[in-house]
Design a protein around this ligand. Structure first.
Ligand SMILES: *Cc1c(COP(=O)(O)O)cnc(C)c1O
Length: 425
């Protein structure tokens, strides 16, 4: 029998490339097809066949309070009644900017955009404009959106120019993107020794979460900070996933490192399409119309999106104990996963920081892209499909994070662990 999801997918592939509007949704890496989602509430999502799942994707991070959180929903509903968009300045944008500056001490000015991709693309333009330098360093396995200059192939430390990792990206667009190895300061120093005076910025996910979750080792972020200071380059933290999740002040608060620029997305607007970038005043003042770095957006700072973001961030600010609960629940949950696989006699690795984590199907300690890639993706696919068929919605790829929310109660987490135990034991 064909399910509604299968029928929708058959229709979708005729009119949308791959049937999806973002590749990971196609479920290709687990050899499956997508469940089409009809609605969501709390920790649960429901598909078009009325299957109910405990959701560990949470729209890839934004749903830290759970789906359809009451106050966020109300704020959005009220905002809609005032008109959907004006393309003009609004009070909510001022409030949002003030809140972000208050919550994240390294940020004195902030610009709203419409996605994480846009936030990163803009922050890099600002870094280049401010330093008057062209080269940037990115770490293999970190994802910073799909702008041309950041789609580079995994490179070796001695490479002097990035090679495009996508058709349609001219080599010229990646020639100034240098690749380094996550958690390996030597690979960064190598670039700086050769062309330190030409490097505008290092961009990094302070906790990598797009090759599965890979925490920074002690000294790594500190090392990046001091290399940047030594050479007058800017340090950009891409906190699209970690921002407002590891704590109200993100990874920079969690690890106590001050970047020069920070990018946000996903979580900053509670599920609306928003991104933001910000940093020190003197740097942000290069942005037009004050300075010479052009960046614009017709729908940027959209009032509905601002209402959602402001409400979610305000709740998080007023409830610091939420982070304590989230992080304690996650500590227990990921610990139990570790015990389960160990009991099954499997050497698999569990990495987690705060409320994000990954189970890697490998016996190697995962500290960078190469070690992540030793994972048995076939074994992961089998596990992921089993979980999906038993009411647990995991990110359909080995190299993604699991996201916990305030709606994931101990009982819900326990139910998930029982399903994992059924599978592994
Ligand atoms: C998702 C992501 C992006 C891109 O954000 P989009 O909103 O998908 O464009 C950038 N950086 C990181 C760290 C991300 O996880």
């Amino acid at each position: 029998m064909t399910t509604n999801s299968e029928r929708l997918f058959q229709e979708a592939v005729k009119v949308i490339p791959g049937g999806v509007n973002s590749p990971v949704r196609a479920f290709g890496s687990i050899g499956s097809t997508p469940r089409f989602i009809k609605c969501a509430n709390g920790a649960y999502i429901y598909d078009e066949d009325d299957n109910k799942y405990i959701d560990y994707v949470g729209s890839w991070g934004p749903m830290i309070l759970g789906h359809n959180q009451k106050a966020v929903l109300e704020a959005v509903t009220e905002a809609c009644k005032m008109g959907l968009s004006y393309g003009a300045a609004t009070a909510a944008e001022v409030e949002m900017a003030k809140l972000v500056c208050e919550l994240v001490p390294s940020i004195e000015m902030v610009r709203m955009v419409n996605s994480g991709t846009e936030a990163v693309m803009s922050a890099i333009r600002v870094a280049r404009g401010y330093t008057q330098r062209n080269k940037i360093i990115k770490f293999t396995g970190c994802y910073h959106g799909h702008s041309d200059g950041l789609l580079v192939k995994a490179g070796s430390g001695v490479m002097t120019a990035g090679v495009p990792d996508s058709l349609g990206v001219p080599a010229g667009c990646t020639q100034d993107t240098l690749s380094a190895v996550y958690n390996d300061l030597e690979s960064v120093k190598e670039h700086f020794k050769r062309c330190g005076e030409e490097i505008a910025a290092i961009i990094v996910e302070p906790v990598a979460a797009n090759m599965g979750v890979v925490p920074p080792e002690p000294g790594f972020l500190e090392g990046l900070r001091s290399i940047c200071d030594e050479y007058g380059a800017l340090l950009i933290f891409d906190e699209v996933i970690t921002g407002f999740r590891l704590g109200i002040d993100g990874a920079q608060g969690y690890y106590g490192i001050k970047p020069d620029l920070t990018t946000f997305g996903k979580i900053i607007s509670g599920g609306m399409p928003v991104g933001a970038y910000g940093g020190r005043r003197e740097i942000m003042e290069v942005v037009s119309p004050v300075g010479g770095v052009y960046q614009a957006g017709t729908l940027s700072g959209n009032p509905i999106a601002m209402a959602a973001g402001l409400t979610q961030l305000t709740i998080l600010k007023e409830h610091p104990e939420y982070y304590k609960t989230l992080n304690e629940n996650a500590e227990w949950f990921f610990g139990e996963i570790e015990k389960t696989v160990a009991e099954a006699g499997l050497p698999y690795q569990v990495n987690h920081v705060g409320s994000i984590g990954s189970l890697f199907f490998t016996g190697e300690k995962v500290r960078d892209y190469d070690s992540a890639k030793t994972s048995d993706t076939k074994a992961f696919a089998e596990y992921c499909n089993y979980m999906l068929n038993h009411g647990i919605y995991l990110a359909p790829a080995q190299f993604e994070a699991m996201f916990l929310s305030m709606a994931h109660s101990k009982e819900i987490l326990e139910e998930t662990l029982q399903t994992m135990k059924q599978y592994f034991l």
